[in-house]
Design a binder for this molecule. Structure first.
Ligand SMILES: *Cc1c(COP(=O)(O)O)cnc(C)c1O
Length: 222
């Protein structure tokens, strides 16, 4: 149980030409592993269970940027609202409203990505392209002053078929490009396109990802 340093360095090199950010996915891994990666200057970590994230956040350095990457239930937003730096998988207006409400209470602005359902699988959460576009252009969104919808997230089908994965990422990238003006980012920086994990991050980068979420390559199998 520890960080694969060679892999971390290799991935960092691979991300450079794309100017892409690395979210180290530490779910189910012990605090010690996160600390080890932190000591290697990894500052961004992704978790997908609210309780686990809240526990880890308390025990680890305060300059870590915690991303919530899993499916978030409205009634759990308040447990992470005071510190979470990016929520990757928002898939409804109601959830955005709740994040906005809790952000306001914490006197913060919380960055959010909309999750688009791009996979050919029934089990994954997310919005259809149509629903996503409607949400992004909905006037009501502008009333939520304590959130920023600063990009998109997607998960490709879990398949050996690289071509299928590539097509799914390509389509999400083109939707992202067509909607760039609808994202709100801190200091007008580039909106995020979060796609790619251990098995498919290279394809994701080639297809325009600027944020990859990598767990098992860094911390070992779960
Ligand atoms: C677990 C998880 C990852 C990381 O998966 P690996 O295959 O371990 O890299 C990425 N994104 C999401 C949403 C996850 O839940």
């Amino acid at each position: 149980m520890s960080v694969n340093i060679e892999k971390l360095n290799q991935i960092r090199q691979e991300l450079l030409p794309y100017n892409a950010a690395l979210v180290a996915v530490s779910k189910t891994k012990p605090v010690a592993d996160v600390h080890e990666a932190y000591n290697l200057r990894q500052l961004v970590f992704g978790e997908n269970y609210v309780q686990e994230l809240a526990e880890k956040q308390k025990q680890l350095p305060s300059d870590i940027h915690w991303h919530f990457i899993g499916h978030l239930q409205s009634n759990k937003v308040k447990q992470i609202a005071s510190f979470v730096s990016l929520i990757h998988a928002v898939d409804s207006f109601d959830l955005l409203k709740e994040v906005n409400k809790q952000a306001e209470k914490s006197q913060r602005i919380i960055n959010c990505l909309l999750q688009v359902f791009i996979a050919d699988e029934k089990t994954k959460f997310g919005l259809s392209y149509k629903e996503c576009e409607e949400l992004l252009t909905d006037e009501k969104l502008k009333l939520l002053k304590s959130i920023r919808v600063c990009g998109l997230m997607g998960m490709a089908t879990n398949t050996e078929n690289e071509n299928k994965i590539r097509q799914e990422f390509k389509q999400l990238h083109s939707f992202y490009s067509a909607n760039k003006q609808n994202f709100l980012t801190e200091n007008n920086s580039t909106p995020f396109l979060s796609m790619g994990m251990t098995s498919d991050y290279k394809i994701a980068l080639e297809e325009g990802s600027n944020m990859v979420r990598i767990g098992s390559a860094l911390f070992g199998n779960r």
